[in-house]
Design a protein around this ligand. Structure first.
Ligand code: URA
Ligand code: SF4
Length: 271
């Protein structure tokens, strides 16, 4: 976690020692003081174990003093997620692990079928997604729907999610520390969903999963492996809206996915 969001997130906590929630606050205040000292000493990054971050967020959301948080409602026409996935969505709904929590309207945990053939991973919510609490429902999402149906699936058959669960202001690219803060949720989702194939939509999704600096133009179309799951990087649908000729490449990549899954490969896409 780098400075900035991490420090901002911990600000405003006071010392007091009565309830468990108060003890938690006092603990957080000590951590804050320690981090402030490190910052004054010129330290800009600290290593944080994802399990610790998870434990913090669970304790924080279990605290009786936490304000009630809105719980994302299942989408119209999209089935509610099964229990452990729902539990992740609830933790995401009250998450304050990075500064994106300050500007979001709704969290966007991702949605779709458990144990899907395919899990699509994008960058982060845009304005429409932030309004509705659902991944890929804006213009890029409509194009993704076309890609999914051209492949012989319905949106409800697959899982659709993002690297970060909260909208970056003005749709800027999420920073490395925001991606790192959010990654434990995605890893848990992947472990529960056990998709047969992951499709990374765009450079940010690939960077999030593989920590690579190689561009998407080089990586697309070639299988990678994330935690033993075959992963296909391809272009982001928002890029296809700006650059329609690249749809041909994405279709080649999706045919490769269908071959891997042993599914029928349509000759031509209608996207
Ligand atoms: N772009 C993304 O990367 N994700 C969304 O959910 C919508 C647009
Ligand atoms: Fe938490 Fe992820 Fe939202 Fe950051 S983007 S506040 S880590 S859910």
């Amino acid at each position: 976690m780098s400075s900035g969001g991490g420090f901002g997130m911990l600000a405003g906590m006071e010392h007091e020692n009565t309830h468990p929630g108060e003890r938690m606050r006092s603990l957080i205040a000590s951590v804050e003081a320690h981090l402030t000292r490190l910052k004054e000493d010129g330290v800009t990054t600290v290593e944080v174990d994802p399990d610790t971050v998870r434990a913090w967020s669970e304790t924080a959301s279990a605290s009786p003093e936490s304000p009630p948080q809105p719980i994302p409602e299942p989408a119209k026409g999209e089935s509610p997620v099964s229990d452990p996935l729902d539990a992740i969505a609830r933790r995401v709904a009250s998450c304050q692990l990075c500064r994106l929590c300050e500007t979001r309207n709704r969290t966007v945990p991702g949605q779709g079928a458990p144990n899907p053939d395919i899990m699509f991973i994008g960058e982060g919510p845009g304005a429409d997604e932030d309004k509705q609490g659902l991944a890929f429902v804006g213009r890029a999402g409509q194009l993704l729907t076309k890609i999914i149906t051209a492949m012989g699936y319905e949106r409800e058959d697959v899982w659709i999610g993002n690297i970060v669960k909260c909208r970056p202001p003005n749709n800027r690219v999420p920073t490395p520390d925001e991606m790192a803060a959010c990654m434990p949720y995605l890893k848990e989702q992947i472990a529960l969903l056990k998709p047969k194939v992951i499709v990374c939509l765009g450079a940010t999704a690939v960077k999030g999963l593989f920590d690579t600096q190689t561009g998407i133009t080089k990586l697309r179309g070639q299988w990678m492996t994330f935690e033993e799951i075959d992963t296909m990087p391809t272009y982001h649908p928002a890029y296809l809206l700006r650059n329609p000729p690249a749809k041909r490449d994405v279709w080649e990549d999706m045919k490769e996915v269908l071959r891997k899954l042993g599914r029928p490969v349509p000759e031509k896409s209608k996207t």
